[in-house]
Design a protein around this ligand. Structure first.
Ligand code: MOS
Length: 748
């Protein structure tokens, strides 16, 4: 466990990251730097073809290269027993090549350079076939009724066709396209594997799911779960690309076995483009029809996205946007997928919502323009007072306040609704745009434990879960939530994560970590209360109903008769053991019984909302879009930590600006290889691209969701931002860009 700084505040305090010092001083160990002595280095040889079959692999020259310890190929790979995901085939289980960059061999050597050099000496012969990489290639297999997680993606309610053709309605029908985007976390994926004997495995892995990776490796190699240990104290960003059990993890473990040495296996930056997913290409057609009052009579959302022959992931676009955001009299969703000979796609920050909101929120802006309505007024006219999807009441929704607060802070009233009519004093076009933001609030099943120890005259608490911190702040909010639940000063609390030996915890995906941990920790705190009460004989709390007891200032106290109380320290003392512990009960699953948390039979719909306001300035001659100001107002329930939550939203906004203006993974249509798989050619935003970013929160606790009232904040910030930029670009120039990214050539 890292030597953390003490947190200084409970929930709501802008506490600094407890792991901040380790990170900025370089003391934090990321997976590839695992403190495992004598580890050798692995290098993965990628396929140079995008489609075909490996005819032969000749490793004879490479084996003799200096420093080489072992070479793993499909020919000597052990059979796995499942556990892998992302790429739906077991790694190295056949000789077929389904995408460029597919792993073909792993060289283990005493230095990384020698491993890489030896890999260049491996001779692979392929039977090559022509890949289909262009989404408009008519020979690509098209599926018009795809399912995702077993559910069909199409949906129909009411009659959109009649709504669109009714007299007196204003209709907008437009096509929006978004390119393949690649996750570029600072830390590349990496796995370090150490075998202890034949049946014990220790792994350091950069993962978004410590417990998932643990379970997957145990299953794949047929090991007892208690004989597998996965560590991940820090994840240097993930954005979804570390959420699946990608092939390299299993190759690292198999290579370590073959080499009889621990092996460090990092992906290269180029391999991050082909071997840990991407956000698929999408073509969306939005049709909206509204009356003169702006009320939606019909909404049709068509999505075409691309899948790989070895993946099941679908970028759904409409499910998290058109299905949940606005009240419409009729709705139709159609999704098609084409199978392309490309690497598998995967979850990427607000998967579905990010491209989906670009299309929907651009179309609403186009509709507002046609109706000569203010874009906010149009959204208010279609505000969904209950969930359009489930028809249930929202657990908590403050979207209207997001619009009001954001508009005021941004100065929306100064917007000139006539496009291309406003210039700055130095002659740049200036434009204002806005868009809504939305993302579901999810709970993943998981447990946590809370232990109380005696310390000095009081107690100290240590809570723990096999969770992970992607840079999001989990280390810090774990302390803050525990402090709040136990009503202890944060300085008396520690929180542990990043170790599979801790209570099994959910994936850090779907912005679910904070809410899931709140639920697990809340339940563990209740269990701790029950444990402590077992030792209340002879105290003022003897025989009291647990429902009448709360943690209060270092004591357990009666709620109805506050003078009846006992010091926590005295109860731990009476217990006579080193600590008293509460563990989340088994009922903390997707569907907690009898509660109103996330469940199909829940009483409420759980969703976060927000609004973005964007100002752009654009030079006439060189139309580079400069985003000069962004104001984002988010309704994410209770804000656990304004500092880390703000950073999450800022991160989402910045990534959204990348989506809007620069990011585009380009594949060579002949070879199927990405041509810009590096930081020089794949442009993510840098400091000079970013100007004023302001983030505000509504900060109303959502106590139907969990006992702390927080919903997640990792993803919502990116949703809607590209549309807000495109809408501002239209306001500035009169040019409507429906094809991301908005590069200068499109504005000339
Ligand atoms: Mo996130 S794309 O759910 O890791």
């Amino acid at each position: 466990m890292p030597n953390q700084e003490k947190a200084t505040g409970a929930v709501g305090a802008p506490t600094r990251r407890t792991d901040g010092r380790e990170k900025v001083t370089g003391a934090a160990r990321y997976a590839a730097e695992a403190p495992i002595p004598k580890a050798a280095f692995g290098y993965i040889l990628p396929s140079t073809i995008a489609k075909g079959v490996i005819k032969s692999i000749d490793t004879s020259v490479a084996e003799k290269a200096i420093g080489v310890i072992a070479i793993l190929t499909p020919l000597n790979m052990p059979k796995l027993h499942g556990g892998h995901s992302g790429d739906s085939r077991a790694p190295f289980s056949d000789m077929n090549i389904l995408y460029a960059g597919q792993h073909v061999a792993v060289v283990v050597a005493d230095t990384p350079e020698r491993a890489r050099h030896a890999a260049s000496l491996i001779k692979v012969e392929y039977t090559e076939a022509k890949p289909i990489v262009d989404v408009h290639d008519s020979s690509a297999p098209l599926n018009e009724t795809p399912t995702f997680f077993g559910s069909p993606l199409g949906f129909k309610e009411g009659d959109v066709a009649s709504a669109v053709s009714a007299p007196g309605v204003t209709v907008v029908k437009q096509t929006y396209t978004t390119p393949i985007e690649t996750h570029n976390p600072m830390e590349m994926s990496a796995t370090v594997a150490l075998w202890e004997g034949d049946d014990k495995l220790v792994v350091w892995d950069s993962t978004q799911g410590v417990s998932n990776t643990h379970g997957s490796l145990a299953r794949a190699f047929g090991l007892k779960p208690e004989n597998v240990r996965v560590y991940c104290p820090y994840t240097g960003g993930g954005f979804g690309c570390k959420g699946e059990e990608w092939p390299h993890k299993f190759l690292a473990v198999a290579a370590a076995k073959l080499a009889k040495r621990p092996v460090r296996l990092p992906l290269t930056r180029a391999q991050m483009f082909t071997n840990s997913g991407h956000r698929p290409f999408c073509e969306q057609v939005i049709t909206v029809a509204a009356g003169t009052d702006g009320k939606l009579k019909g909404l049709r959302h068509f999505v075409l996205s691309q899948v790989s022959p070895s993946s099941t992931f679908i970028e759904t676009c409409a499910a998290g946007t058109s299905r949940v955001l606005y009240d419409t009299a009729s709705l139709e969703i159609v999704q098609h997928v084409k199978t392309m000979d490309l690497p598998p796609g995967t979850w990427m920050r607000a998967p579905g919502e990010t491209p989906g909101m670009f299309a929907l929120e651009s179309a609403l802006d186009e509709l507002a323009h046609e109706l000569k309505m203010d874009p906010i007024a149009l959204r208010l006219a279609n505000h969904a007072d209950v969930s359009p999807e489930s028809k249930k009441p929202w657990s908590s929704k403050h979207l209207k306040e997001c619009y009001t607060k954001g508009a005021e802070k941004f100065g929306w009233s100064r917007r000139n609704p006539i496009p291309a009519s406003t210039k700055t004093p130095d002659g740049k076009w200036i434009g204002y745009g806005m868009a809504s933001a939305t993302y579901p609030a999810m709970i993943f099943p998981g447990k946590a434990r809370v232990r109380l120890y005696k310390e000095g005259n009081g107690v100290r608490a240590v809570s723990a879960a096999a969770s992970q911190d992607l840079g999001t702040g989990t280390w810090t909010i774990g302390v803050q939530m525990t402090a709040t639940l136990l009503d202890l000063p944060a300085g008396q609390v520690k929180f542990e994560l990043g170790d599979s030996k801790l209570p099994v915890s959910g994936q850090s995906g779907g912005s679910a970590t904070a809410g899931s941990l709140a639920l697990a920790l809340g339940d563990a705190a209740e269990a701790l209360k029950a444990e402590l009460l077992k030792h209340a004989d002879g105290t003022p709390l003897a025989g009291i109903d647990i429902k009448d007891v709360q943690f209060k200032g270092g004591e357990l106290a009666s709620i109805s008769k506050p003078t009846q109380k006992v010091k926590l320290r005295d109860l731990v003392q009476k217990a006579g053991s080193e600590y008293v512990e509460g563990v989340t009960s088994d009922r903390n699953k997707f569907q907690p019984t009898g509660e109103d948390y996330m469940a199909n039979d829940a009483k409420y719909a759980f969703q976060s909302f927000g609004a973005h306001f964007v100002e752009v300035q654009i030079d006439d001659l060189l139309p580079l879009v400069k985003v000069t100001r962004v104001v984002s107002v988010m309704d994410i329930g209770r804000v656990l930590n304004p500092k880390t939550a703000r950073s999450q939203v800022i991160g989402g906004v910045v990534m959204g600006l990348g989506q809007a203006l620069t990011e585009d993974t380009h594949y060579d249509l002949r070879t199927g290889r990405p041509t810009n798989d590096n930081f020089a050619d794949y442009r993510v935003p840098v400091n000079s691209d970013i100007h004023s970013l302001e983030v505000e929160f509504i900060d109303v606790p959502d106590l139907h969701f969990n006992p702390i009232g927080c919903r997640g904040v990792g993803e919502i910030g990116i949703t809607g931002i590209a549309a807000a930029v495109a809408n501002a670009v239209y306001n500035a120039t009169g040019k409507r860009i429906r094809d991301l990214p908005i590069t200068p050539d499109k504005l000339l």
